[in-house]
Design a binder for this molecule. Sequence first.
Ligand SMILES: [Zn+2]
Length: 169
Amino acid sequence: MLTASASAFRIISYHDFAARRQHIQTGQNGLIALKAFHSGEMITGFHAGTIAATPTYLTVQTGLRRHITLEPDFLQYINHSCNPNVFFDTTKMQLIALRSIEPNDELTFFYPSTEWKMSQVFYCKCGQMNCLGEIKGAAFLSAEDRLRFRLTDFIVSKLAKRAARIKRA
Ligand SMILES: [Zn+2]
């Protein structure tokens, strides 16, 4: 088990409101807050660095066959959690605090909140009580989990279209 003690990490770089840290043993990167945010607050705006038709492990989905790399690019170090504290609003292109965030808190988002089908399925070890385990994308969420998380407008519309298709069939 990894412990989250401060000494297990080193700071790689500072970016305005956040710092990129790296776990000394695993080399895994993460982004921690340098200031406090209240629930619902916009942390930063973001925009597309590159736009591609297919996803990679670094991209965020903003539409059908539309996958962007993030600018500012340090946002790519925001890890997944099944109990996330930030949300990528890909309509407004704003990073939003989902609850209050304190300095030194790691910023995390729920990958299926933006990704319909992930390019790389992974097994989550976030340790949260409601951890989903296998993370594959919004297309694979249970009805209960779809309601539990804030999802992008794109994902919500994909789910609605799929539900309409199933109803017609
Ligand atoms: Zn998890």
